[in-house]
Design a protein around this ligand. Structure first.
Ligand code: ATP
Length: 584
């Protein structure tokens, strides 16, 4: 299973730059406020230095001490106020940027070609929408602002150190090579580690989601131990991936901490010696040493948040990666001039070299009801997917009117063709919302008519709050058969010209299914209906039947013609009749 793409570093950087450009003004305001706050934070060490110098050379008096203490107090209060304003701005900015990123991601996800999602598996997408969004949220809300602030504080403290005494400040720089090289080493080896860690979460989510979704199959085939071994395998992979990054941090953090301690000790010794040798006042030596102690905190934060920024960068690469997937169809295109459907010499392969359709040609007239029958794995659903534009032929053509289906914009295509399979989804929300998503402008009367067309009006009206009943995992639970009826009612509301029904009534009992198909036929009169069916009664009621075997249409005609032909269909029909239609 191939995962969705991951954006390259250059693309991620370009994305980040464009975000900075879009929010430049707010960013500058935030940085100015933080800079002012950082300057305020530098004042106490300077005042203490001055006070010491005064004490050494003059007599300290009460009014003088009061003045200095007052200045200390004032600078602390101003620092607190400015910090508050700056932090407030940075959080607002972080939330704004994060909301924008999340919306952009959602928009990309919603336009992802279905084939890509299927190819990558839901686990990958699920992991990106949960783990990666969460990681990015921490980065954008906290890591980026904290990091920028720490950089501002570090730079300003360095400038202050140089202003007080460039000579004494030199000692503080002793830690720079240690921090630089250990951090560079960490970044070089940790980035692939974080990538592996994130990818392992995706595989793990995929394995768990697949097992939970297929719980019944797992149970029926006694696959529990196999699945649990698979999940254990993915957890093991995550464990080793996390262990690797943890070991990297275990080496990196202590080296940075030791470098700090070294810087303070060296500055103290060096500036002390300078003061004794009268190259520096004791006050200046104290101020510089205090600045080195003070700079530890922002540098420590720069280093600590780097870790989070790394994770954020990998998550951003995975989120932006989704938007890199090229749309597999144009956004604009011509409208078909008619609803005639033609498949011409269509070949299709899910895996290269393994064609599952081997030259299918078929013309379906507007308003015709065609049933597609055949043994399991013959390629019936694949024909349905091609007609619905999910897949495109490897060779040959599939058209509506004069337009190639794969070249129709998705919105235009959905106005013409809709596919309903056994897979359908009930969203969290009311029954009305679940239906109206097919046609937001639908009135209650339209909705009632659609429900009536699929034999569902009676039970929907009998629900505790009728159309206002909350459904979905947290609400009222309807049966799979009822969910299928809801899916069909949505289809009636969408009202496309061509409907592809792939086992769309399979979850209903045969009698109910037949009744539903009849009610549906009355509503869909004049529409083209292509029904892929195991239940041959559907074929019996259709205008024509296509029999598909091994990716080819081997028989095509009306039910009576095909029975008279005494071929594949006739024997399928006979065995179905003998088994008894109610049983199938
Ligand atoms: P059924 O009646 O069981 O649904 P079908 O006639 O609809 O079968 P298709 O689902 O179209 O058959 O499958 C045709 C062939 O393509 C089968 O051999 C199937 O295993 C294969 N196939 C279907 N989907 C995929 C896929 N996503 N990847 C690879 N092969 C696939």
């Amino acid at each position: 299973m191939s995962q969705l793409p991951i954006a390259e570093t250059a693309v991620v950087r370009a994305h980040a730059r464009s975000l900075v450009r879009q929010h430049r003004r707010d960013l500058i305001k935030m940085l100015v406020l933080y800079s002012l706050a950082a300057v305020m934070a530098l004042i106490p060490a300077w005042i203490i230095g001055r006070l010491i110098n005064f004490a050494v050379h003059h007599q300290l008096t009460d009014p003088l001490i009061t003045r200095y203490v007052g200045a200390l107090f004032l600078s602390s209060i101003t620092y607190a106020g400015l910090s508050f304003l700056a932090r407030r701005r940075s959080y607002i900015l972080g939330e704004t940027v994060f909301a924008q990123l999340r919306e952009e991601f959602l928009a990309s996800v919603l336009t992802l070609p279905l084939v890509e999602v299927e190819r990558a598996g839901t686990g990958d997408l699920l992991s990106r929408t949960t783990n990666d969004i969460e990681a990015l949220s921490r980065t954008v809300r906290f890591a980026v602002p904290e990091w920028l602030v720490a950089i501002v504080q570090t730079v300003l403290t360095l400038v202050a150190m140089l202003l007080v005494s460039p000579l004494a400040a030199l000692a503080g720089l002793v830690s720079v090579p240690f921090i630089f090289f250990s951090t560079r080493h960490y970044l070089r080896y940790a980035t692939p580690g974080y990538m592996r860690e994130r990818a392992s979460y995706a595989t793990m989510s995929g394995a768990v989601a697949e097992t939970a979704e297929g719980a019944r199959t797992v149970d029926a085939h006694r696959l529990a131990s196999r699945q649990s071994e698979r999940i254990d395998g993915t957890i093991r992979e995550s464990f080793y991936a996390e262990l690797y990054t943890l070991l990297m941090r275990l080496v990196w953090f202590p080296s940075v901490e030791s470098a700090f301690a070294l810087a303070v000790a060296t500055t103290l010794a060096w500036s002390g010696w300078l003061a004794l040798a009268h190259h520096l006042t004791i006050g200046a030596a104290t101020t510089v040493t205090l600045y080195v102690v003070q700079i530890n905190d922002p540098v420590d934060r720069i280093v600590a948040w780097l870790d989070e920024l790394q994770i954020g960068q990998t998550s951003l690469a995975r989120l932006v990666g989704v938007s890199v997937v090229r749309d597999d169809r144009p956004t604009q295109g011509p409208e078909p001039t008619s609803e005639l459907i033609t498949l011409h010499e269509v070949h299709y392969a899910y895996r290269p070299g393994h064609d599952v359709l081997n030259g299918v040609s078929l013309t379906i007239q507007p308003g015709e009801r065609l049933a597609i029958v055949g043994p399991s794995g013959a390629g019936k659903s694949t024909i349905g997917r091609l007609l619905a534009g999910i897949d495109r032929p490897r060779s040959g053509s599939a058209r509506i009117g004069d337009v190639e289906i794969s070249q129709m914009p998705l919105t235009t295509l959905r106005e013409h063709v809709a596919l309903i399979t056994q897979e359908h989804h009930i969203f969290i929300g009311t029954m009305r919302e679940n239906l109206a998503l097919a046609k937001p402008s639908a009135s209650d009367i339209d909705i009632a008519q659609a429900l009536d067309a699929v034999d569902a009006l009676e039970w929907v009206q009998a629900l505790p709050q009728g159309l206002d009943t909350e459904l979905g995992t947290t609400g009222y639970q309807i049966t799979p058969g009822q969910a299928q009826q809801v899916a069909l009612a949505r289809l009636v509301l969408t009202d496309p010209h061509t409907l592809v029904l792939d086992e769309a009534t399979a979850l209903l009992d045969p009698r109910a299914a037949r009744h539903l198909e009849r009610s549906l036929a009355a509503v869909l009169h004049g529409r083209t209906v292509i029904a892929i069916a195991h239940r041959l009664q559907t074929a019996h009621d259709a205008d024509r039947v296509a029999v598909v075997i091994e990716g080819r249409i081997v028989e095509l005609g009306t039910h009576d013609e095909l029975v008279a032909l005494e071929g594949e269909y006739a024997s399928l029909w006979r065995s179905w009749r003998n088994e008894g239609p109610e049983a199938s």
